[in-house]
Design a protein around this ligand. Sequence first.
Ligand SMILES: Nc1ncnc2c1ncn2[C@@H]1O[C@H](COP(=O)(O)OP(=O)(O)OP(=O)(O)O)[C@@H](O)[C@H]1O
Length: 432
Amino acid sequence: MPNPFVVIDGDFNIVAANRSYRERYGVESDQIVGRKCHQVSHHSDEPCSHHGEHCPLEEVFNRRQATQVMHIHYDGNGREEYVQLHASPLLDDDGRVRYIGETIFPVAAPDATTDTLLVGRSRPLLRMTSLLQRVAPTQTTALLLGESGVGKEEVAKYIHHYSRRANGAFIVVDCGALGESLIESELFGYEKGAFTGAAQRKKGLFEAANGGTLFIDEVGELPLPLQTKLLRVLESGQIRRIGGTDYIDVDVRIITATNRDLQRMVAAGEFRQDLYYRLSAFPVYVPTLRERKDDIPQLAEHFLAGMEGADRHLPLSAEVIEALLDHDYPGNVRELRNIIERAAILAADDMIRPEHIVFEDTQTPIDTQVPSHRTDTLLSRRSGRLSAQDVMSALDRANGHRARAAGLLGVSERTLYRYISKLKLDISHPAP
Ligand SMILES: Nc1ncnc2c1ncn2[C@@H]1O[C@H](COP(=O)(O)OP(=O)(O)OP(=O)(O)O)[C@@H](O)[C@H]1O
């Protein structure tokens, strides 16, 4: 059975639809022919572009070129579905665009997991999702570019989820959080006795990710000798454990991410050019939250929904949403999540009001009615950026237990490691 296909004229009128379309959407031709595509698919009286969406019809008519875009349509039962649209020009005898032909590829409905991976439906987010849908089923190495906190790891998980490796492992390694020797032993593993302290043979993350995906975050921090080793793995599909002699086959898809300008690093001799070309086969720019402010309400409610007392806080009032929209979020989605957590704590048993929305630049003094230790730390957290003092005092309170310290700071253990490394902290506490 072919994919659903519709023909649309330059005034958004549906001219024809194939049988697959009619069957899938449960309509007869006379119910849709002559109606506007935006009415049928979006239940809207205006073209999609009036709502900031990418309109394939306008693009094909203006540029005479085929295009692909991800949209959310209504299916025959009035339910929303994600579709990938391939639109191409249908020309008349004089070579002018007369109609567009639109093939519809329904994308597996985002289940609870994927839906929470990439919350939002702004135009920049849908444009990126459209790229992700194309790259996910391939073996291509994707390079995710974007500021800290935009959600690069979520994007990597999304690619994994929609790939043929979805049932395999998704493993993350953060080069920004580990020193050179640790990254090497983490990635490649080691044989017993390879170095002092290597009391047991240990498999590395390449082996752990066999059959799955390895997400290498902050790849720009990878030291040059390890860049060489990574390139070798990419070229040969084999690794060798530290201290080992045998080569081991690994079948791993690599996704990398960085918030640094790798091209500039290549020019400065800090990043291998050959590795750069290899990794950047499919670059994906992950938009900042400022570029997709339309997603703020949905994201805010998504974060609240996962918290205790969600019923009390949802839905957010218009005033709170307005307050949230009135900020630029240099720390991106991570910062928004922190602000929401903080607001929920400040609101305590009440509903969230605008005064509970506290941004970095307008930090109000800590409300003394909120005695929790955790609140205290959350309030001192600067929109996702912790000071050396914050980290040290949390470690101190947690008696050096890093997972517990991370909990006190409201960050993941991995993020805590990143801070320890970035702030060059001397942690003399014994590791638990
Ligand atoms: N579209 C999204 N939907 C839901 N949650 C998101 C989305 N984008 C980001 N987040 C959340 O924001 C936080 C930061 O995301 P993530 O760690 O993926 O960012 P990052 O770009 O990898 O940051 P860094 O470069 O600092 O590693 C996480 O809690 C993540 O779950």
